[in-house]
Design a protein around this ligand. Structure first.
Ligand SMILES: [Zn+2]
Ligand SMILES: [Zn+2]
Length: 238
């Protein structure tokens, strides 16, 4: 499971650049011989780019496969990113796969009925099918719904002096459990969940990290997540 935005984005960029490369390879198959035409007993090799349909569909398909990785620069949400990427790659893959098949039936067979597929035909179909698989991979990239804002960071990053010395930063003791205690002493505070003022008598404190919440806010939070939103300690029934 990918957990951070960075992990998801790096996965999407890898998928996107893989698709762009595969789209380019597909376009290059236009240079190969897609079909062998048999005219009066002599064989004539037909390059993909001789077919106007094949050339057009393969160029558009290859471009669509590569455009997704550029498009996701302009999109904020991870979900829309992977969908735009996946859909553009799949559309490119469909065009790339259909291209050599379509131009065989609707172009080559019109010219001569004695012809067969050559290596380039299979290369073109194969790269198209790979694009379809890459597109599916983009769509199926798991994204955990971010329910918690990044303001709640549980573990501080390792101090630079530890990193320089090559020492392992002392891992902060992982708070196992916590209890929610009424904080009747608090007169003025901000709720760490809704960022609104907490009036007297309404405050509840996390005994582990001392974060303050509205009673209602933290109760509905804990009933869903079971942990303190601030320190991530498991909230025990008190
Ligand atoms: Zn609140
Ligand atoms: Zn806490």
């Amino acid at each position: 499971m990918l957990t951070t935005r960075e992990e998801v984005m790096s996965r999407l960029y890898k998928i996107g650049s893989g698709a762009a490369a595969m789209g380019a390879i597909h376009v290059l198959t236009l240079l190969l011989s897609w079909y062998v035409q048999v005219i009066d007993g002599t064989e004539k090799y037909v390059q993909g780019l001789v077919s106007p349909y094949g050339t057009m569909m393969s160029l558009i398909g290859g471009a669509l496969a590569g455009v997704g990785v550029i498009l996701i620069h302009f999109i904020k949400g991870l979900r829309s990113m992977k969908n735009v990427l996946g859909v553009s790659i799949i559309l490119g893959g469909i065009l790339a796969t259909i291209s050599p098949i379509y131009s065989y039936w609707f172009w080559l067979l019109e010219l001569s009925s004695y012809s067969r597929f050559d290596l380039g035909f299979f290369a073109a179909v194969f790269t198209g099918v790979i694009l379809l698989a890459i597109g599916a991979l983009a769509i199926l990239t798991p994204i955990r719904e971010e329910v918690i804002s990044t303001a709640f960071t549980a573990v501080p990053p390792a101090a630079p002096e530890f990193l320089e010395a090559g020492m392992a930063a002392p891992s902060p003791p992982r708070p196992a459990t916590t209890k929610l205690v009424p904080a009747s002493d608090v007169e003025e505070a901000i709720c760490s969940i809704c960022f609104d003022f907490i009036s007297e008598g309404e405050a509840v404190r996390c005994s582990n990290c001392d974060a303050l919440f509205h009673r209602g806010c933290i109760e509905s939070w804990v009933s869903v997540n079971g942990i303190c939103p601030s320190c991530k300690a498991i909230v025990m029934e008190s």
